[in-house]
Design a protein around this ligand. Structure first.
Ligand code: AMP
Length: 545
């Protein structure tokens, strides 16, 4: 027997319809790429998104067409997203921090037909995009007055293109499982892999993200998504903010401490989200200037592990609650958020910070388990770590073109490639990436735990731990260190600092000092390059056995 309720497909443009109907005058403020702060609201943004949709249809774009964007977080980018989705086409966010060759590879793989680009990135497009044959037109997100000379024959200024539509248009309707968006993962190995979101997954993800114990945003919030729309959907904020009618503040291309502070202050931002690097820059700016954060209430920090020092500073010095979060492009991206369950109400000081170091627990819509290599589930005891697997309505079921099918089990579980444990209250903590964990004598050593410990040494600027081949143990940990300027710690200093804080067999077999550790486009340590660099390294313990 079927339920007798209405068929109301979960389509992304309905989010914008709702925002315009119920929260129409709520502002969307952007730092424009041209410079000035510009203001609009949900009614106006919806009107312009309808024009985008109308214009796209007139140009012959529709269901299933991949339409790329290479742009910062601004209201224009947002209306373009909704306009694309509103004709059943697929927004494809490109990450400008990737190498141009990678961007071209991704565009060719997705067969993008059209590109919306910010002025900032026009030079990259002029130089590299002629290599993407599928792109028929380039729309530069600016007006005629700011449109530069360009070598691109098929480029047009966005405002001129848009002016040819009157907005008298109705969104297209289609099945909720229709593709809405696309984003490639910037993996550290192999070619990037395409994740294809559906309207249904985006809508459900936005609901999950907004829930009180997840991001908990409401119409009373002013939300600053510093996390870019090109990095995993701005963590859902481009959809969950209109869904709850929150005011949005878009930072454009400026993410330095002073620029972010200016928006936090003048727009009275109450909620924001970004990777740790952004918050390091803001905290440094606040310390230098002595400024405070009277309006900000909550900050979500994820993308890589949030160092305890950041959590402490926000909470102790500025009275801002930190929510540590974990996710991935394949999960739309939210997986877990570290908000406090009532079980932890009485926790204070160090004990509370220790919980906040964890990546948190899953909201409704994300199932998690941790297994060994044979898919046997580990207990939720907060210490037995293994492969972290997930499933849910906003988790990828396969990659575009069928790449890496081994990551998707037939029973629906997706192997995240992360290594983690889960405690009795359901809080998950990442201990490593599966390919970075060090397998010593059949047991696993967490490279992240060792790195976190080593960076606690006052003379260490950055630390990375990799497994180096060992004749007896298979692999043993090598600690690679960048010293702080003007400091000269020796191997013995570092090892005695670590001694006693971890199991003896976890102690690194050697310490190597380098001037720089390689990073990926999204700021993560590039372990593969480091392993390549140290592939012939002979550990001193080889001779001792
Ligand atoms: P991306 O798809 O580029 O967002 O990368 C996802 C990966 O980033 C995850 O699989 C994790 O390895 C890592 N990651 C994301 N958030 C965190 C976090 N809070 N702590 C540790 N690692 C994280």
């Amino acid at each position: 027997m079927l339920g007798l309720m209405q068929q109301w497909p979960l389509l992304c443009h309905k989010i914008l319809d709702y925002a315009a109907a119920q929260h129409g005058q709520r502002e969307i403020v952007s730092r424009s790429v041209e410079g000035p702060i510009v203001r609009t609201n949900y009614v106006e943004l919806r009107g312009r998104a309808l024009k985008v949709a109308q214009r796209l249809e007139r140009d012959g774009y529709g269901l299933g067409d991949r339409i790329a964007t290479l742009a910062w977080n601004t209201a224009r980018h947002l209306e373009v997203w909704y306009g694309i989705m509103g004709v059943g086409a697929v927004y494809h966010t490109l990450n400008p921090r990737l190498f141009p060759e990678q961007i071209v590879w991704i565009m060719n793989h997705a067969e993008d037909r059209l590109l919306f680009v910010d002025l900032t990135f026009l030079p990259i497009v002029e130089k590299h995009c002629p290599g993407v044959k599928s792109v028929k037109k380039v729309i530069v997100l600016t007006d005629a007055a700011h449109m530069p000379q360009t070598s691109l024959a098929n480029a047009v200024a966005y405002e001129e293109w848009l002016a040819e539509a009157d907005g008298d248009f109705a969104w297209k309707s289609f099945d909720e499982t229709t593709a809405a968006g696309m984003c490639y993962t910037s993996g550290t190995t192999g070619n990037p892999k395409g994740v294809v979101y559906s309207h249904r997954s985006n809508v459900l993800h936005a609901m999950m993200a907004a829930m009180p114990d997840a991001m908990g945003i409401s119409t009373r919030d002013t939300v600053l998504p510093v996390v870019p729309m090109f990095h995993a959907n701005a963590w859902g904020l481009a959809q969950s903010s209109p869904m709850v009618g929150a005011k949005i503040v878009m930072p454009g291309g400026k993410m330095d401490g002073a620029s972010i502070y200016e928006l936090l202050d003048t727009e009275k931002v109450s909620f924001t989200a970004a990777v740790p690097t952004v918050w390091l820059m803001l905290l440094q700016y606040l310390e230098e200037t002595g400024k405070k954060l009277p309006h900000l209430k909550r900050v979500v920090i994820g993308g890589s592990a949030c160092p305890r020092a950041i959590t402490e500073k926000f909470q102790k010095n500025y009275d801002v609650e930190v929510i540590h979060a974990w996710g991935m492009t394949e999960m739309s991206p939210l997986g877990t958020l570290c908000t406090m369950k009532p079980e932890y109400d009485d926790l204070q000081g160090d004990a509370r910070f220790a919980i906040q170091q964890k990546q948190g627990y899953a909201p409704f819509g994300v199932e998690m388990k941790v297994t060994d290599d044979e898919d046997r589930e580990h207990p939720w005891d907060g210490k037995t770590f293994g492969r972290l697997k997930v499933r849910g309505p906003a988790v990828a079921g396969s990659y575009y073109g069928g790449a890496s099918s081994e990551q998707f089990a037939t029973d629906g579980w997706f192997d995240t490639g992360d290594v983690a444990h889960i405690d009795a209250h359901g809080y998950m903590q990442i201990t490593d990436r599966a390919k970075d964990v060090i397998k010593s004598g059949g047991e696993w050593i967490s490279s992240i735990d060792l790195e976190n410990l080593a960076v606690g040494h006052p003379d260490v600027a950055e630390a990375a731990v990799i497994g180096v081949r060992h004749s007896k143990w298979d692999e043993r940990p090598l600690l690679v260190i960048v010293r702080k300027p003007g400091r000269e710690p020796e191997k013995a200093d570092i090892l005695s600092f670590m001694n006693g804080k971890i199991a003896k067999w976890w102690m690194p077999d050697d310490v190597a000092f380098v001037s720089e550790i390689p990073h990926t486009a999204s700021g993560k340590i590039q372990k593969m390059t480091l392993r390549e660099q140290f592939k012939d390294y002979r550990l001193p313990t080889e001779t001792a056995i």
